[in-house]
Design a binder for this molecule. Structure first.
Ligand SMILES: *[C@@H]1O[C@H](CO)[C@@H](O)[C@H](O)[C@H]1NC(C)=O
Ligand SMILES: *[C@@H]1O[C@H](CO)[C@@H](O)[C@H](O)[C@H]1NC(C)=O
Length: 325
């Protein structure tokens, strides 16, 4: 393994843990971290010290290669490598986009389709084995994406909407992360036909309505938007039998979106306007033996509701909800 691989893996190692952590907590719409430039040899030594841990990641490489944190080890023009650190509790962010080496030989098709600005998407963004990273590139619309795009990141840009055609035909797309934009609308049919979509991160935008999503979803993060309960369709999550994480904190929802699928492990509804829950919100008053064993975290703090008033609403849960009692 060469040094560059070490650096990349080292980054994976550092960030992997930090990425896993915020899944359970609210992710405020804050940006950034420090950037640190280390001379190559120092990093090499550091990588060597962590070799055992890195060897472990060798086996994981295939799984993690598409993660955004792969970006963190790269050569600056001066030949130094750049490491990105960030607040441990906070969502990671990539270093500001550096254009690719303009002197590099061009390979037809390798740079993806052309954007509206006439620039191939993979010059404007960074494309790496099915992942397309467009974080912090000031884009105002989704660029045309290569057909094999699996993970798409366009965090902290100036996107205002997602249109029907933006992701059409991307049959391998698993993740869309457009956290921290100004998205106020997503076309109703922009996402529902994506056969492999599992993660949608639209936190910290201006959405008033959640579009229809495919049943394949596992993670939905629409925290810190402008969602009222009428912006979420009736039974929107009912048939998502793999849905595990539903983040809707910091909106204006007045009730818990029902029914919740059995697979759900965490629902974050803190800082909304939920005023009432009842015996059947989480449990089943018709079946006293019913246990909702997967649902380990319910956040209802920051809502105008006194949870002591409905003591029978939690009998089937492994944990009582967080909130005011
Ligand atoms: C909730 O269940 C309890 C116990 O079965 C029952 O006494 C109570 O009336 C129920 N509350 C509502 C609002 O149905
Ligand atoms: C909630 O209601 C219970 C019982 O009605 C009461 O004892 C408690 O003080 C209330 N808590 C809050 C935070 O209002």
């Amino acid at each position: 393994m060469n040094t560059f691989t070490y650096i990349v893996l080292l980054g994976l190692l550092t960030l992997e843990a930090a990425i896993a952590a915020p899944m359970k907590n609210e992710k405020p719409a804050k940006k950034l971290r420090q950037i640190q430039v280390l001379p190559g040899d120092l990093l090499e030594e550091f990588a060597y010290m962590n070799q055992d841990a890195l060897n472990f990641y060798d086996y994981e490489e295939e799984l993690t290669i598409n993660e955004p944190q792969i970006e963190i080890g790269r050569l600056t023009p001066s030949g130094n490598r750049v490491l990105v650190n960030y607040d441990s509790d906070y969502e990671e962010e990539l270093i500001p986009h550096e254009p690719l080496d303009p002197g590099a030989p061009s390979v037809p098709g390798l740079l993806g389709p052309d954007t509206k600005e006439g620039l191939p998407t993979c010059l404007l963004c960074t494309c790496l084995s099915g992942s397309v990273y467009c974080d912090d590139t000031d884009i105002e619309s989704i660029p045309p994406l290569p057909k094999d795009t699996t993970y798409f990141y366009a965090r902290f840009n100036k996107l205002t909407n997602i249109k029907k055609g933006d992701f059409s035909g991307l049959n391998h797309l698993k993740r869309i992360d457009v956290t921290g934009n100004r998205i106020s609308s997503i076309d109703e049919d922009a996402l529902r036909q994506l056969p492999e979509l599992v993660d949608l991160m639209v936190a910290s935008n201006e959405l008033v309505q959640l579009p229809e999503l495919p049943k394949t979803m596992i993670n939905i993060d629409a925290s810190h938007n402008k969602l009222h309960s009428n912006g979420i369709k009736k039974e929107a999550f009912k048939d998502m039998s793999n849905l595990e994480y539903l983040y809707l904190a910091g909106n204006a929802l007045s009730y818990v979106p029902l029914p919740l699928p059995e697979s759900l492990r965490s629902i974050n509804l803190q800082n909304n306007n939920v005023q009432q829950i009842d015996n059947d919100t989480f449990c089943n008053s018709k079946d006293i033996h019913y246990v909702r064993k997967a649902l380990e975290l319910i956040r209802l703090d920051g809502n105008p509701i006194n949870l002591s008033k409905t003591p029978d609403a939690y009998i089937c849960l492994p944990q009582v909800p967080h909130g005011n009692y």
